[in-house]
Design a protein around this ligand. Structure first.
Ligand code: SF4
Length: 246
């Protein structure tokens, strides 16, 4: 099954061009997500929640029912849909600014309530769409438009480590941090996203997958350097499965 999906265009992925910048990892994660939806045969009963950020146009690329949530409210929108239609499979697709800044309250409470939804957070350490402002996950020393001299702990504090927080929540069935900057990690990401959907299919609780992703434009790097830089990020945001209760 895995071999087939590597070489076949996923049914859930629309045949259209992505609007993402060259070297952006959103498109890779979209494909992986579509492969998982296809392999679990969920296309006809999945609703995705698009958030605000670079991936707010995810509904142009993924051929499942989608709704757009206000900034930071994806987990709350997902909660409403899942509670109204528990037979459906609900996922959110959010950036670090959306999930961990503006939406932090919604995200943490959905997790602590053990809402049966799957949340995917793309962590590229910056607000991408709005021009590269610092986000909660901006790393120490990182230059952004709002930290032009680099993030300083004494001024902006330390990066928020979301998976480490969520892994302590009883309501969380699965929490993992992955990356897509090499083939092995792509496979691991697929495994993690599959597991996060299985948590929902088996009614186990809230599931969370954080994907460390390149944002070459706002990191002011070429695509190859940005992909390599994700390795540096793994020293600050270690990869792995942090919680798995089933
Ligand atoms: S700004 Fe960054 S996250 Fe947004 S599309 Fe471009 S590379 Fe991707």
């Amino acid at each position: 099954m895995l071999k087939e999906s590597l070489f076949r265009f996923p049914k859930s992925l629309k045949r259209t061009n992505f609007h993402y910048c060259p070297g952006c990892h959103h498109s890779l994660v979209h494909r992986i997500l579509c492969e998982v939806i296809d392999e679990l045969n969920l296309r006809e009963r999945t609703i995705g929640i698009a958030s605000i950020g670079c991936a707010c146009f995810i509904y142009n690329y993924i051929d499942v029912d989608m709704v757009e949530a206000p900034h930071g409210r994806s987990c709350s929108a997902g909660t409403g849909i899942k509670r109204a239609r528990p037979d459906l499979i609900v996922f959110t697709y959010q950036g670090d600014g959306d999930f961990a800044a503006i939406g932090l309250g919604d995200s943490l409470h959905a997790a602590s309530r053990s809402e049966r939804i799957t949340a995917i957070m793309i962590n590229n350490t910056v607000y991408g769409m709005t021009g590269g402002q610092a986000s909660p996950t901006t790393v120490i020393g990182q230059k952004t438009t709002t930290t032009p001299f680099g993030r300083k702990p004494e001024e902006q504090g330390y990066p928020l480590k979301v998976v480490e927080i969520l892994s302590n929540f009883e309501g969380v069935a699965y929490a993992a941090r992955v990356a897509v900057n090499n083939p092995k990690r792509v496979m691991e990401t697929k495994k993690a996203i599959t597991k996060a959907f299985l948590a929902q299919l088996e009614d186990k609780g809230f599931a969370y997958v954080e994907v460390l992703s390149a944002c070459p434009i706002n990191w002011k790097m070429d695509p190859v350097s940005a992909t390599k830089y994700v390795d540096k990020l793994t020293e600050i945001f270690p990869l792995g499965v942090f919680r798995e209760t089933f």
